[in-house]
Design a protein around this ligand. Structure first.
Ligand code: NAD
Length: 361
């Protein structure tokens, strides 16, 4: 059995509770991992004046694999998003979010097995923004008027949506490679190319071109609004979805809703050199320290990490145990019970213990 060193970022809010549960379960799978714990987020900001000390990035660069709990991003003040900074500094351009339903989970749907692949570095999330009334914004508004003849109201704020051939090609290629490696049959590119012809239109053109290199995988495209309706009405038709950043973010939460909520939705941010695994959900501050929230999204992110490390047997063993616990429906957190105030709901750590007991290695 291999020894691995993995950077572990516990995060804020419920982060430390769910990462603790994940570490215990992954350790019980028999894979030997040396967890290199690094602080990022509110505590790091208080102690070191930065929410993402360089040391954290260095640790991930060295180990090439990290797993992190959610980190709080203060709204409108304080520090910028640690998540966005991590993705940008490590060039983690692909966000992979599998949406798989497990028997017994409380959801309106059965047999969901969709993988959402979101571009992580461009689009309206590139962070290129112009505030209302600033000199630069007014200059930009004048430039647009001079070059296109189109008027923008002077009291507008402006966010820029860059989508490049480079960024689109590598994410679409990633989606096709993922499909091939994981025995998937179809890739659907999601866009709004009918309206945004030069950004989403470019994404779609690139996707069509890249698809020619993968004749073994079916390719189609959907307009994002139609995609949302189709996912709600007939999710079984879809397999791997590839989307620019903003639509990917929104459709990921839709996908989490299909499988029973944020408590069950794992994820990974992957680049050519490093991979950072993390749940789709945030730090859920109101539940901090209560041992209440569902650890599954984090544990399933750990399962994805095991597969990334090539430890498929251990991953299967943990996933099998998770399936049993969900199907039994006894030792599960409040969000997986018929009603959120169900007195039989267990806590975060108890659910992890129940999973550990069922791991067969
Ligand atoms: P959130 O995901 O933290 O919580 C929204 C609600 O979803 C919670 O109140 C809870 O009802 C439910 N929920 C979330 N996780 C759950 C779990 N494991 N089990 C059961 N229920 C769960 O979203 P938010 O309130 O919009 O964000 C809170 C903070 O988290 C913000 O500062 C935001 O920026 C940050 N955030 C971080 C990440 C990340 O680190 N990757 C992702 C999203 C949001």
């Amino acid at each position: 059995m291999n020894n691995y060193t993995v950077t572990l970022i516990p995060g804020d809010g419920v982060g430390p509770e769910v990462t603790d549960a994940m570490v215990k379960v992954i350790d019980a799978s028999g894979v030997r991992i040396n967890w290199e714990v690094e602080e990022a987020g509110e505590d790091a900001y208080r102690k070191e004046g930065t929410p993402l000390p360089e040391r954290v990035i260095e640790s991930i660069r060295k180990n090439r694999v990290a797993i992190k709990g959610p980190v709080t991003t203060p709204v409108g003040k304080g520090f910028r998003s640690v998540n966005v900074a991590l993705r940008q500094s490590l060039d983690l351009y692909a966000c992979v979010r599998p949406c798989k339903s497990y028997k017994g989970a409380r959801t309106r749907y059965e047999n969901i097995d969709i993988v959402i692949i979101r571009e992580n570095t461009e689009d309206l999330y590139a962070g290129i923004e112009f505030p209302k009334g600033s000199e630069e914004t007014l200059g930009l508004i004048r430039y647009i008027k001079d070059t296109t003849g189109r008027s923008i109201r002077e009291d507008s704020g402006i966010s820029i949506k860059p989508i490049s051939v480079f960024g689109s090609e590598r994410i679409v290629r990633f989606a096709f490679e993922y499909a091939r490696k994981n025995g998937r049959r179809k890739v659907t590119a999601v866009h709004k190319a009918n309206i945004m012809k030069f950004s989403d239109g470019l994404f779609l053109d690139v996707a069509r071109n890249v698809s020619q290199d993968y004749p073994d995988i079916e390719f189609e495209d959907r307009i994002v609004d139609n995609m949302c309706m189709q996912l709600v009405q007939k999710p079984e038709l879809y397999d791997v979805l590839v989307l620019p950043n903003l639509y990917g973010d929104i459709v990921s939460d839709l996908g989490a809703g299909l499988i029973g909520g944020l408590g069950l939705a794992p994820g990974a941010n992957i680049g050519d050199d490093c991979a950072v695994f993390e749940a789709t959900h945030g730090s859920a501050p109101k539940y901090k320290g209560l041992n209440r929230v569902n650890p599954l999204a984090m544990i399933l992110s750990g399962v994805m990490m095991l597969r990334h490390l090539g430890e498929d047997r251990a991953a299967d063993a943990v996933e099998g145990a998770i399936k049993e616990v969900i199907e039994e429906g006894r030792y599960v957190t409040y969000d997986m019970k018929p009603s959120p105030d169900d007195p039989t709901a267990v806590g975060t750590s108890e659910m992890a213990e129940a999973i550990i007991k069922k791991i067969k290695i």
